[in-house]
Design a protein around this ligand. Structure first.
Ligand code: CMP
Length: 481
């Protein structure tokens, strides 16, 4: 069984410490002999003296042991802070601690071994030393201070997904050290971005504990209904793994393209770091949902329609279905098969999106409508607020009041879902009335009932003044029957 990495590191550390201590102990034990030997070998050579060489070697050993000691202190101190307070100190802070502690230890050892050397004077008087040091450390110090400002600002943290710079390196932040930001890209590469570069570049941050969104594009044929597409895709995407349940996906039309209707679906992720997989899953779900719902992706095609007038008439009339629908409408029940099919040919089909207005109160109107597919709501305005009077389903009709009396529309009619209506104009109704005068009577009853309904919802006194007999004579007058 493989040992954990931390155990290996500890063993290595203990072995290195033992070796360094042993080497230092041995050197210290034989320091006097080494010095004597050096003196003997070097003879009267003035500099460097054997004593200095021995001290430099001692300083070297002290340096190594000091470094190991500081590392141990670092692990103990920050490990304890994590254990007790759950504070996970950033790498940069740990590094600064190591550098400062080591420098202090080193300077103490130096002044102890070389009491005659004035370190302060050495640093302050040596201008050349300062220039060399400054030039050599220019980048390092730049990174160091940029790292400190990153830690202070905390624009992102370990685990966030970031995109940095013109080259748009994207990945999960693994570490922010005194020199660089380490990110792991989605192809499992490690990219190191120097802190000083990152400080100058724009950084796009997608925090780990934030609801980050993605946008996936798709398209459909122009013949596919937008309301249906939007519903089908929203439901398919919201159930995909890693798609947040907190916000429902948004599906919307992005444009009308050369090949079809272009859509986008915006969804929010639980774990943003997995956005590539989730985007792919979302596309897959859309494909299957399209298959089930009979929707089609638009691929680059060029379709030539050669339309002959009689074909167009056939398509618009959609023969059977419209005749069937109209013959099921109660007021048209007395019509003969020929009369119904004449009405069907005269009817014009219109499709409305959910929420769209079919009829607006106050507008003039010279046609009535039959709900072919979908549902509509009849609304009146009460103190400026819409109030629902009735909901009409497939086979119900509306818009007859203005058509038969010539008065303005009495209410708003809005599609509740994607709705297809059949519009029947004044001329077609007149032909029907001419051959079926009884129809006027049954219509006047329905209209009287509806007016009654309107009157109870509004304070419009004009609405309830019409009895069925009054309406009947109004229709007859208007149609010249
Ligand atoms: P019209 O006035 O032409 O336009 C609005 C339509 O709403 C109206 O014709 C009726 O067809 C319909 N309408 C009005 N009131 C009612 C109601 N109480 N019940 C059902 N439909 C109604």
């Amino acid at each position: 069984m493989a040992r954990p990495r931390s155990t290996n590191k500890l063993i290595l550390f203990l072995a290195a410490s033992a070796a360094a201590l042993l080497a230092a102990y041995l050197f210290w034990s034989f320091a006097a002999d080494v010095e004597a030997l050096l003196k003997h070998r070097m003879g009267a050579s003035p500099s460097p003296s054997a004593d200095t060489i021995v001290k430099v070697v001692k300083l070297f050993f002290v340096g190594i042991i000091g470094y190991l000691f500081v590392r141990a202190l670092n692990s103990l101190f920050f490990g304890l802070a994590f254990q007790l307070k759950r504070i996970d100190a950033p790498t940069l802070i740990r590094n600064i601690f190591t550098i400062v502690a080591f420098t202090i230890l080193f300077l103490i050892a130096f002044t102890f071994l070389f009491p005659g050397v004035n370190l302060g004077a050495l640093f302050t008087t040596s201008a050349i030393f300062g220039v060399i040091l400054g030039l050599a450390l220019q980048d390092t110090l730049g990174n160091f201070f940029a790292g400190i400002s990153l830690q202070a600002d905390r624009p992102f943290q370990v685990g966030d997904v970031i995109t940095v710079g013109a080259q748009r390196h994207t990945g999960v932040v693994e570490e922010i050290s005194w020199r660089a930001i380490k990110i792991r890209t989605f192809t499992n590469h490690v990219v190191l971005i120097a802190n000083s570069n990152a400080a100058k570049e724009p950084i796009e941050v997608c925090p780990r504990d934030n609801l980050n969104a993605r946008i996936v594009l798709f398209n459909t044929l122009y013949t596919d209904s937008p309301a249906k597409t939007i519903h089908v895709v929203r439901e398919a995407v919201r159930e995909a793994d890693n798609v947040s349940e907190k916000v429902a996906p948004i599906v919307r039309i992005r444009g009308l393209g050369d090949n079809g209707v272009d859509y986008e679906v915006k969804y929010w992720l639980v774990d943003y770091a997995k956005y590539n997989d989730t985007d792919a899953l979302v596309r897959q779900r859309i494909w299957y949902a399209f298959r089930r719902a009979g929707l089609n992706f638009a691929f680059p095609t060029r379709t030539l329609y050669v339309e002959r007038p009689e074909r167009a008439a056939q398509r618009d009339g959609d023969g059977g279905a419209v005749v069937e629908r109209l013959s099921a409408v109660d007021i048209f029940a007395p019509l003969s098969a020929d009369e119904t099919s004449m009405l069907a040919q005269a009817a014009v089909r219109h499709v409305f999106a959910p929420g769209e207005t079919v009829i607006r109160a106050g507008d003039p109107g010279s046609s009535m409508f039959v709900v072919h597919k979908g549902r509509v709501t009849v609304q009146v305005s009460e103190n400026g607020r819409p109030r629902t009077v009735a909901t009409l389903n497939e086979g119900d009709f509306f818009g007859e009041m203005a058509l038969f009396t010539g008065e303005p529309r009495t209410a708003n009619v809005l599609a509740l879902e994607e709705t297809e209506v059949l519009e029947i104009g004044h001329a077609a109704m007149k032909r029907v009335f001419d051959t079926n005068p009884d129809l006027v009577e049954s219509l006047s009853f329905i209209m009287a009932e509806r007016r009654q309904g309107l009157a109870s919802q509004t304070d419009d006194s004009a609405a309830n003044t019409h009895s069925s007999a009054g309406i009947l004579s109004a229709i007859k007058r208007f149609f010249g029957i």
